[in-house]
Ligand binder design. Structure first.
Ligand SMILES: Nc1ncnc2c1ncn2[C@@H]1O[C@H](COP(=O)(O)OP(=O)(O)O)[C@@H](O)[C@H]1O
Ligand SMILES: [Mg+2]
Length: 583
């Protein structure tokens, strides 16, 4: 209980940082809230003169004044209420916008291992659902909270002013009403947390099955997937219904408890009027105020639930913001000067999970201008080794030096801007050809983009497309072949003009016809650069200055094709297995 509260206080403090810039707006809005509450109080207060002066004493002058006053009162209340809600919701939306940007920025900077650990559906849910829920705290909760609190205070004022003895009786009932509200709110918070977790699981299933539709169909797994979904969906239903029960129990419960108070008040108050201890107007003014109290108290209690739900979301959002960036610039990081000498792996070990080493004691020097080929069986660790150079992962032991600078000591931007990558997967964005090529070099001129496309043998098919360079490609754009997609990504790398190039099985998964063009494009790209190539083509390997055979995370052999063939061993076996048939 205690820890829950102190955790809440910590969360408020952190949330306050986002709300602080709008304190001016919020204060003004609170002023308007005061007006709304004052109007409500005046209404309850007016019941007495209406009853006693108009209906009992038949005062004709007041009959003219009071209806006009009533209209004026409602006008003031309406305008203030609109202004107040509008202001607070605009604050809420701004907080949403800011937090979404902040979350997105933070997530973008997370390391690759974070993305391997965290399903993207979960991240999407954080940015969309949770941020919205969180911002309800500022828009709904703060806005409504103060308006309802003010109203309760003003109405209680009227109640006490009219009949303080009755009011005291009524007040005895209040704590009885508040207690179940708190209990139910706590339960709702727990349910909301589980609800969100389940929803995220559902999203993961959706994401998997929609992106893998072809496989689902090919294996006839539609029923299986539907059942899997159905199963999770039912769990979600059960959790939801727990929340619904708690949520919906609240109003009737409060109403009933309120009715007890009202019954006592009518009994006692009626007795006072009958004995002429008080006037009918006073009594009805009192009853009006008590009746009007019901709405704000009910809203406050509902708000408590919304609030609990929002706090759960707030926790999740801050959890992500608190996840440290594993791979980031050191305080003392320096700009890596343009690559000039060599890339050195010095006793590099690496493990994805903290105990199984995927790379073991890697010692390797890649000199400027060299073409170095990595060969090895699938799963040997070739891609992992290549991923160390742009510092996608940090070494577990040893060091990776570029021109003598440890990659952990230089600015990531200055490191990655010097490295070009073409991998097995071709990632094109849902954007124009121009923007896909200029990705990472947005200030490139059209002439430079066309030049890059020409070098990548992509220009010819691009100008054949419906809108040429302005054609939208990518997941939802024009369909183009695998080889064409690949050449667009090569054009992207050419435009970037990096000193260091990493090609990770860039031509696999292509038919031999398109492979030829892609290969030519790659040769243009490699020209005059330092290249690390993970290859499955014999011709690439034959041209390499250095071949490195990786076996189970270790460098088994290194040398030229000739040397290694003469030596025998891992490379020779690999050659017989993979490359001989290409001869
Ligand atoms: N993101 C990852 N998380 C955990 N293990 C991984 C990850 N990527 C690769 N591995 C493991 O590391 C080993 C080497 O993988 P990889 O470098 O991709 O091999 P190669 O490129 O030679 O086929 C494999 O056992 C693989 O299962
Ligand atoms: Mg690989």
């Amino acid at each position: 209980m205690k820890t829950e509260t102190s955790k809440d206080i910590l969360l408020y403090k952190r949330l306050f940082v986002y709300i602080k810039p709008y304190l001016g707006l919020i204060s003004f809005s609170l002023l308007l809230a005061l007006l709304v509450s004052a109007a409500d109080g005046t209404l309850a207060w007016m019941v007495k003169p209406i009853m006693d002066d108009i209906f009992v004493n038949k005062n004709a002058e007041l009959l003219r004044l009071i209806p006009l006053g009533l209209l004026l009162l409602y006008l003031v209340k309406g305008v203030s209420r609109f202004g107040q809600s509008y202001l607070m919701r605009s604050v809420g939306q701004r907080v949403i916008m800011q937090l979404r940007n902040k979350l997105y920025e933070h997530i973008q900077l997370m390391s690759l291992s974070f993305f391997h650990r965290t399903p993207s559906a979960v991240l999407m849910s954080r940015i969309t659902n949770d941020v919205t829920k969180l911002a309800r705290i500022s828009s709904q909760v703060i806005a409504d909270f103060f308006r309802q609190i003010f109203t309760v205070i003003v109405l209680l004022g009227v109640v006490f002013y009219r009949e303080w003895r009755l009011a005291l009786i009524y007040c005895l009932v209040l704590p009885v009403v508040i207690w179940p509200i708190k209990a139910i709110g706590k339960r709702l918070r727990k349910v909301s947390r589980r609800d969100q977790e389940k929803l995220a699981e559902l999203n993961i299933i959706l994401q998997e099955s929609f992106t893998g539709t072809k496989i689902v169909k090919a294996f006839g797994m539609e029923d299986y997937e539907s059942q899997r979904f159905n199963h999770e969906n039912q769990k979600l239903y059960k959790i939801k219904m727990k929340g619904v029960a708690a949520d919906e129990l609240l109003s009737p419960l409060m109403e009933f408890l309120g009715a007890i108070g009202l019954a006592v008040v009518i009994w006692y108050g009626g007795m006072q009027v009958i004995r002429d201890n008080t006037t009918t107007g006073t009594f009805f003014s009192f009853i009006a105020a008590v009746a009007m109290l019901y709405a704000p108290i009910r809203k406050l209690s509902k708000m408590h639930n919304v609030f609990q739900d929002s706090m759960a979301a707030t926790e999740r959002v801050f959890d992500i913001l608190d996840t440290p960036l594993e791979i980031t610039d050191k305080e003392s990081a320096i700009e890596l000067p343009p690559f000039n000498q060599h890339i050195e792996f010095k006793g590099v070990y690496f493990s994805y999970n903290g105990h199984d080493s995927v790379l073991k004691d890697i010692n390797l020097t890649i000199k400027k201008g060299q073409l170095v080929a990595l060969v090895g069986l699938s799963g040997a660790g070739k891609s992992t080794l290549a991923d160390m150079i742009p510092r996608f992962y940090d070494v577990t032991a040893g060091a990776l030096l570029i021109d003598g600078y440890d990659v952990r000591d230089v600015k990531l931007k200055s490191l990655r801007s010097q490295i070009g990558m073409v991998t097995q997967e071709t990632i094109l964005f849902n954007d124009t050809v121009t923007n896909n090529i200029a990705y990472g070099g947005l200030d490139a001129s059209p002439a430079e983009i066309i030049q890059a496309a020409k070098s990548a043998y992509a220009h010819d098919f691009i100008i054949e497309m419906p809108q040429g360079y302005d054609t939208v490609i990518g997941e939802r754009g024009v369909k183009i072949s695998g080889g064409q997609r690949k050449r667009i990504t090569i054009a992207r790398a050419i435009l970037k003009d990096p000193g260091i190039l990493i090609l990770d099985e860039a031509t696999s998964e292509l038919d031999s016809e398109s492979e030829k063009l892609v290969q030519q494009a790659l040769e243009k790209l490699m020209h005059g650069r330092t290249t690390l190539v993970i290859a499955h083509r014999l011709s690439t390997i034959m041209h390499a200055d250095l071949i490195v055979a990786i076996d189970n995370g270790r460098i088994a052999q290194q040398g030229t094709h000739r040397e290694l063939m003469k030596m025998g061993g891992v490379y020779r076996r690999l050659y017989d297995l993979q490359f001989r048939k290409q001869e």
